[in-house]
Design a protein around this ligand. Structure first.
Ligand SMILES: *Cc1c(COP(=O)(O)O)cnc(C)c1O
Length: 232
C-alpha cells in the first residue's frame, strides 16, 4: 500500500471510531483538501477510494479539474470567494462551503447552469470573533439563511466554520459547540439542514464529537503542504 492509501485508511478508521462514540449518531463524510497538492497525489487518493475533494483557489482548481476529467470526482469549493469569480465556481463545483454574504449567493444562483443540479451550499459562520477572518457573525446568520433559502439554484445544506487554530482540545470543543448551537438554532427555526462542515487535520475527532457531518482534511493525508509560492 502507498503512503496516501495507508493514511487514508487510518483517517477513515479514526472517523469511524469518533462517529461511534459521538452522541449525534451522524454519518460523517471525508472531504479531502487537495490545495497545493499535485494531480498525481489526487489520483493516488482517488485510487484508494476517495471521491470528494476540496479546493481553495479557483485557478489552481480549474487547472487540476482539466487534468482529471476522467475521474468522477465531486468537487467542493472551500476558499474565500471574490464576486468576480462566482461564474466559474457555479459552473465547476458541486458544493460551495464558504458563502458569507448574500451578494455572493445571488451571483452563484444566477450563474448556476440549469443542466446541473442546484449548487449545494453551506454558510460560513465566524465564531472566533476575529474581524480578519471570513464568515458571517452568528447574529447575522438567520437573515442570510432566509435569503439563501429563496434562491432556486442553490440548496442550503448547513454551516461551515474554521475556528481559530489551537491545540487545546477544550478550546477546540468550545468553538465547535458554538457552531453547533448556531446550527441547532437554524434547525429550530425550521430550516432543513443536514451538513455541519467542521474539523480539519488537527481537530477532526473533536469536531465529530460535536456533530460534524463533513470533515475537511489535507495535511493529515498528504503531509505538510509545500510553501504557498505559486497560488493563482
Ligand atoms: C486548508 C484547509 C483545510 C485543511 O487543512 P488541514 O489542516 O491541512 O487538514 C480545511 N478547510 C479549509 C477551509 C482549508 O483552507
Amino acid at each position: 500500500m502507498t503512503t496516501i492509501s495507508n493514511r487514508l485508511q487510518h483517517i477513515l478508521a479514526t472517523i469511524q471510531s469518533a462517529q461511534t462514540i459521538s452522541g449525534y449518531q451522524q454519518q460523517v463524510k471525508l472531504l479531502v483538501v487537495s490545495k497545493a497538492q499535485s494531480t498525481s497525489a489526487i489520483r493516488e487518493a482517488y485510487a484508494a477510494g476517495q471521491t470528494l475533494f476540496g479546493e481553495n483557489y479557483l485557478q489552481e482548481a480549474l487547472d487540476k479539474q482539466a487534468e482529471l476529467t476522467d475521474l468522477p470526482i465531486e468537487w467542493h469549493f472551500i476558499g474565500p470567494i471574490q464576486s468576480n469569480k462566482t461564474q466559474p465556481i457555479a459552473q465547476h463545483f458541486a458544493w460551495v462551503h464558504s458563502i458569507d454574504r448574500l451578494k455572493i449567493a445571488q451571483r452563484l444562483n444566477e450563474a448556476r447552469p440549469t443542466d446541473l443540479a442546484p449548487l449545494q451550499v453551506c454558510i460560513q459562520v465566524n465564531v472566533s470573533n476575529e474581524s480578519s477572518k471570513s464568515g458571517v457573525p452568528p447574529h447575522d446568520l438567520e437573515s442570510l439563511a432566509i435569503a439563501i433559502a429563496l434562491l432556486p439554484r442553490l440548496k442550503l445544506r448547513g454551516l461551515m466554520a474554521i475556528p481559530a487554530p489551537t491545540h487545546d482540545s477544550n478550546q477546540q470543543q468550545a468553538q465547535f459547540k458554538q457552531v453547533r448551537q448556531c446550527y441547532d438554532a437554524l434547525l429550530a427555526k425550521g430550516f432543513m439542514l443536514d451538513t455541519l462542515s467542521i474539523g480539519m487535520s488537527d481537530d477532526y475527532p473533536v469536531a465529530i464529537a460535536e456533530g460534524a457531518t463533513i470533515v475537511r482534511i489535507g495535511s493529515a493525508l498528504f503531509g505538510a503542504r509545500p510553501a504557498p509560492d505559486m497560488k493563482n
